[in-house]
Design a protein around this ligand. Structure first.
Ligand SMILES: [Zn+2]
Length: 505
């Protein structure tokens, strides 16, 4: 077991005016590498990208090519969310979970000479991040030279559908792995340890995207939980064949054990009655195969009637709740049509959801909505949680494609965007925004039943440490600081299942 030590073990460096230990992830990697050679103890190499695949076509520079990890037993002297930034804490970890959180005693020896001790040096630690909604297969199409002829000319939804459809006709297994791997690596580097990854299933790609998703799921097992959603972006009841081919393929996909969720976009159906058929059919499929449900719903302005009431009624009529022994939530993404609802309309929906005993989570996708919705409609998750006591999260959705050309894999940038977009600048609101890309996002996709922004005993030891180790006011001391200014991902350290991840080229 390698010892991890950053800087000195002198707690006075936390408040001292003397220069704090210079910390950077690259330095820590160098230090730990040196220590490994000193002690001949190697951290586990958990991931090696297939560099030959990346270099052979010279299309995508993979930011990180290997990840190693070292078990951590104790984290010493960190700041915690929802606690006074003036106080430091120690965290004891056992079997990948938090065993104890206790006040830091600077008079106690840090025991940093022992294996598995991580010195926090006063940095902020917070629950890791989660993509509640991200498309694994159609990422980076705009930057990938293989698709350079498919650039945006108009920036409309129809164009995005058309360009993506053309790209999908060229997808290959290796191409999907190459782009998907980049998405997972860049997400993991930002602090994402879990994601709901949408992979499309239709007559064009058949099982190609799903097979690549399953391979990535396996490659990153233990590092980042990739929860796969087999997704029908195409109609299930419209078109020349009435959706026959898409439904047949979705039935096949839903039988795969690696698939946890099935999803669709009812708004692509030609008529409202077919959109309702889409919801009912998919709910039946999910029920029969024991999968969770995720709809891209009400993705339009006020020109059409919302479908969310129909979804709740249909789930009630198919006895969705009675079918589940667990409490797998139903996710509804986009919902831009609901952005201008009055409080009374939200109250009515909440009553309907409660009456049906459903666990519904709304996932706002603001970066996509801002680009696609010309009236800038986008769901406000802060209001949903704060004012209506509904479950909500926000997510990246797409990276580098015609649906969302702008943005990165870092969910905190979306939370930060939310400060301005929702005028959510109070400490409460900004903290809630962090939670919407962290614990609430995990809860929305059924991975964490307690959407707590704090750290508590028994919680999985999945964390992000923020800051460069500077102990003065320039280093983030609360999650609000991080949401106001996400900073560089290179100033974050990631702990996944109680193991500190080292990223190297
Ligand atoms: Zn989506």
């Amino acid at each position: 077991m390698a010892k991890i030590q950053f800087g000195t073990n002198n707690p006075s460096t936390l408040t001292s005016t003397s220069p704090p230990p210079a910390y950077s992830p690259s330095l820590s990697l160098a230090n730990s590498s040196k220590r490994r050679s000193d002690t001949a103890i190697q951290p586990n190499i958990l991931f090696n990208s297939i560099s030959a695949l990346d270099s052979s076509n010279n299309t995508t520079a993979t930011a990180v090519q290997s990840i190693s990890a070292t078990h951590i037993h104790r984290i010493i002297g960190v700041r915690l969310p929802r606690r006074s930034p003036q106080k430091l804490y120690d965290i004891l970890l056992t079997k990948g979970k938090i065993a104890e959180v206790s006040p830091h005693n600077p008079r106690m020896p840090s025991l940093s000479h022992l294996p598995g001790i991580l010195l926090g040096n006063g940095r902020l630690i917070a629950p890791s991040l989660c993509h509640a909604h991200i498309h694994l297969d159609k990422c980076f199409l705009l930057s990938d030279p293989a698709y350079s002829d498919l650039s945006i000319q108009h920036g409309t939804f129809d164009e995005a559908m058309s360009l993506t459809q053309q790209a999908k006709a060229r997808f290959t297994h290796d191409d999907l792995l190459r782009r998907g791997r980049r998405l997972v690596l860049e997400s993991l580097r930002a602090g994402v340890t879990a994601m709901r990854a949408f992979v499309e299933v239709d007559a064009t790609v058949e099982m190609l995207c799903l097979d690549a998703g399953i391979e990535l799921q396996e490659q990153f097992r233990g590092l980042c939980e990739i929860q796969l959603c087999a997704f029908a972006q195409v109609p299930l009841f419209s078109g020349t064949d009435g959706g026959d081919a898409a439904r047949k393929l979705m039935r096949e996909a839903a039988k795969r054990g690696e698939v946890a969720v099935v999803g669709s976009a009812p708004y692509v159906e030609a008529e409202e009655v077919k959109a309702r058929m889409n919801v009912r059919w998919l709910a039946g499929l999910a029920k029969g195969e024991g999968k969770a449900l995720d709809f891209h719903l009400d993705y339009f302005g006020i020109e059409r009637q919302p479908m969310v009431h129909d979804v709740v009624s249909i789930l009630k009529s198919v006895a969705w709740v009675e079918q589940r022994s667990d409490t797998q939530p139903v996710c509804l993404g986009h919902c831009t049509r609901l952005a201008r609802w009055t409080p009374a309309e939200w109250r009515r929906l909440k009553e309907q959801i409660e009456e049906a005993k459903l666990d519904v989570s709304f996932v706002g996708l603001p970066t996509s909505d801002l680009f696609m919705m010309k009236d800038k409609s986008t769901l406000n998750p802060v209001e949903l949680v704060r004012d209506h006591q509904l479950n909500a999260a926000i997510a990246v959705n797409n990276v580098g494609n015609a649906f969302t050309p702008q943005g990165s894999c870092d969910p905190i940038t979306v939370a930060s965007l939310g400060v301005g977009l929702y005028s959510a600048g109070t400490k409460f609101d900004a903290s809630l925004l962090y939670n919407c890309v962290s614990s609430r996002a995990k809860s929305a996709i059924g991975l964490d039943s307690i959407p707590s922004p704090g750290l508590h005993e028994g919680q999985p030891a999945d964390f992000v440490l923020f800051g460069s180790g500077e102990s003065d006011w320039t280093s983030p001391r609360a999650v609000t600081d991080v949401v106001y200014n996400p900073g560089a991902v290179s100033n974050r350290q990631i702990i996944s299942a109680g193991r500190l991840l080292n990223f190297s080229r």
